[in-house]
Design a protein around this ligand. Structure first.
Ligand code: AMP
Length: 458
C-alpha cells in the first residue's frame, strides 16, 4: 500500500512503526460555530482512510482533538453574550452529531484541550527547561530560531519569511515565535507557573498526541491549510520536547472544498453548514460526492455536482433492486455464464483494492464499481447471470460499499435511519435529565425497553 507523505512530497510504501498497530491523529475542529461542508469533506476523507486501514487488517487507534480553548471561541462567545466554555460544548455536541449523520464513525477518542491543561502545562515546562521556550511579560513563546528543522514540512525558509514579517509583540525574540502560553486575566483563564492565562493553539495538539501516543506516531492528518504554521509548529514543539524524531511517519493533508469555484467563507456568503446541506441532500449523496474526487485534490461543491452524485447512486440502488427482485423470482438456471461473471467479480474487487492501495484513490475505486455495474446490467438484459452469481454480486457490493461508508443496500439504509432516530431520542432524554425532568426521561427509557432497546447511563 502506498501513501502520499506531505513531508517527503512522495508516495511511500506504507509501513507502520509497530507492525500491525497504527496510531492516527487528525486535527479536530475549533468549536466556535456550526460545522460546514468543508469539515465534512476532510473528516469523510479520513473516515474512509480509517475504514480502509481496518479492512486491511490493521489495528487502528484514531485520535482527534477538539479545540475548545481558542481566541475565536472567546470572541464569538463575547459577541453572543454567553460563556465561552458553554459555547464550545454546544458546538462540539453539534459537530459530533453532524459527523454521525455523515457516517463518520471511526474516531476512537475525542480529546478536549480543556481536559488536558495539566499535560499542556507540563509540555510547556519541558520546552522551557530544554531552552527552546522563554517567558516574557505577555506569555511563553517557542523560539523558532532554535529549531533547525523549522519549515521542513511546508518547505519554507524561515529566514526569508522573516524578512517580510513585522513583530507584533516587541517582547518576543523573533517575529515568528509562537505563543505556548498567553498571559490573560479575563476568563476563561487557568493558573500556571507563569500566571493566569490560556494555552496557544499548537501546544494543545502536541500535549494531547504525546499523552496518548508518546512522542511518535504513524499518521497525522488535517486540511491543507494546517500545514503552515500549525503542523510546522507541532513538529518543532514535539521533537524539541521529546527529542524523538520524526514525530510523525506519514503526514496526510486533504485538499480544500470550494463552492461554485470560490473559496468558502462567511464574508462571501457561500458558507454552507452540514445542517443546511442535509436539508436538501441525503448524507450518502454528499459522501459519494466527496469520494468522487481524490482526497488531496480540491473539490468544487455545486448543486449540479450533487445532482450528478445522486444520479450515480441511484444507478447502484436500481441494480440492487433489480437483483433482489430476480432473486425472488423463478429464473431459468440453464445456459448461464458463471465463469465469466465470477472472473468479472474478482477483477472488479482487485481493481477497487488496487486503487485504494494507491494512496486511497476513491475516484478510481468508484469507477471500478461503475464499470462493473455496466457489465452486470448488460448480463441481466442478456439473461446470462445465475442466482448464485447474483448473490455474490450483492456480497461484493456490500463489502466495497462498507469500505467507503456507502450503504449499497436498501435494508441497511433503513437500519441507518433507525439508528439516527434512536440517537435523537437519546439526545432528547439527555437534555431532559440535564433539566432534571427525570420522570419523562425514565418514561423514554422504559418505552425503548418495551421495544427491546436497552439504554444504560454509564
Ligand atoms: P477548523 O475548524 O477551521 O479548525 O477546521 C477543522 C478541519 O477542517 C481542519 O483540518 C481544516 O483544514 C478542515 N477544513 C476547514 N475548512 C475546510 C474546507 N473548506 N475544505 C476542506 N477542509 C476544511
Amino acid at each position: 500500500m502506498k501513501v502520499y507523505n506531505t513531508m517527503t512530497r512522495k508516495k511511500e510504501e506504507f509501513k507502520p512503526i509497530n507492525e500491525n498497530r497504527i496510531k492516527m491523529f487528525v486535527c479536530g475542529p475549533t468549536v466556535y460555530d456550526k460545522s460546514h461542508i468543508g469539515h465534512g469533506r476532510t473528516y469523510i476523507a479520513f473516515d474512509v482512510i480509517a475504514r480502509y486501514l481496518k479492512y486491511k487488517g490493521y489495528s487502528l487507534f484514531y485520535l482527534q482533538n477538539i479545540t475548545d480553548i481558542d481566541d475565536k471561541i472567546i470572541k464569538r462567545a463575547n459577541e453572543l453574550g454567553v460563556e465561552p466554555l458553554k459555547l464550545a460544548k454546544e458546538f462540539e455536541n453539534r459537530y459530533i452529531a453532524d459527523m454521525e449523520r455523515l457516517g463518520v464513525k471511526n474516531v476512537n477518542f475525542y480529546a478536549r484541550a480543556m481536559e488536558h491543561l495539566e499535560e499542556i502545562i507540563d509540555q510547556i515546562q519541558k520546552l522551557i527547561d530544554k531552552g527552546f521556550a522563554y517567558e516574557t511579560p505577555t506569555g511563553v513563546y517557542f523560539d523558532e530560531s532554535l529549531f533547525e528543522d523549522f519549515g521542513k514540512l511546508s518547505n519554507r525558509n524561515i529566514e526569508e519569511l522573516n524578512v517580510h514579517r513585522v513583530n507584533p509583540d516587541p517582547t518576543k525574540r523573533n517575529p515568528g515565535d509562537f505563543a505556548l502560553w498567553k498571559k490573560r486575566n479575563e476568563e476563561p483563564a487557568w493558573d500556571s507557573t507563569w500566571g493566569k492565562g490560556r494555552p496557544g493553539w499548537h501546544i494543545e495538539d502536541t500535549a494531547i498526541s504525546e499523552t496518548y501516543f508518546g512522542g511518535q506516531f504513524d499518521i497525522h492528518g488535517g486540511g491543507l491549510d494546517l500545514i503552515f504554521p500549525h503542523h510546522e509548529a507541532e513538529i518543532a514543539q514535539m521533537e524539541s520536547a521529546t527529542g524523538k524524531k520524526p514525530m510523525v511517519k506519514y503526514w496526510m493533508h486533504t485538499g480544500f472544498l470550494n463552492v461554485s469555484g470560490e473559496k468558502m467563507s462567511k464574508s462571501l456568503g457561500n458558507f454552507i453548514t452540514i445542517n443546511e446541506l442535509l436539508e436538501d441532500y441525503d448524507p450518502q449523496v454528499f459522501r459519494f460526492f466527496v469520494l468522487s474526487t481524490h482526497y488531496r485534490s480540491p473539490i468544487d461543491f455545486s448543486d449540479e455536482a450533487l445532482k450528478q452524485s445522486e444520479n450515480s447512486l441511484k444507478r447502484i440502488y436500481k441494480l440492487i433492486e433489480t437483483i433482489d427482485e430476480l432473486l425472488e423470482m423463478n429464473i431459468d438456471e440453464e445456459n448461464k455464464n458463471d465463469d465469466r461473471y465470477i472472473k468479472l467479480l474478482e477483477n472488479t474487487k482487485k481493481e477497487f483494492l488496487d486503487a485504494m492501495d494507491n494512496d486511497f484513490n476513491t475516484p478510481i475505486a468508484l469507477s471500478a464499481i461503475f464499470n462493473f455495474i455496466r457489465d452486470i446490467n448488460k448480463g441481466i438484459n442478456e439473461e446470462n447471470i445465475s442466482k448464485n452469481v447474483f448473490k455474490e454480486i450483492r456480497i461484493l457490493l456490500n463489502e466495497l460499499g462498507n469500505i467507503l461508508g456507502l450503504t449499497f443496500s436498501v435494508e441497511s439504509r433503513k437500519e441507518d435511519s433507525q439508528d439516527a432516530l434512536i440517537n435523537i431520542l437519546v439526545d432528547v432524554r439527555e437534555k431532559l435529565r440535564q433539566n432534571k425532568n427525570y420522570q419523562l426521561a425514565d418514561e423514554i427509557r422504559s418505552k425503548l425497553r418495551d421495544i427491546d432497546i436497552n439504554l444504560e447511563d454509564k
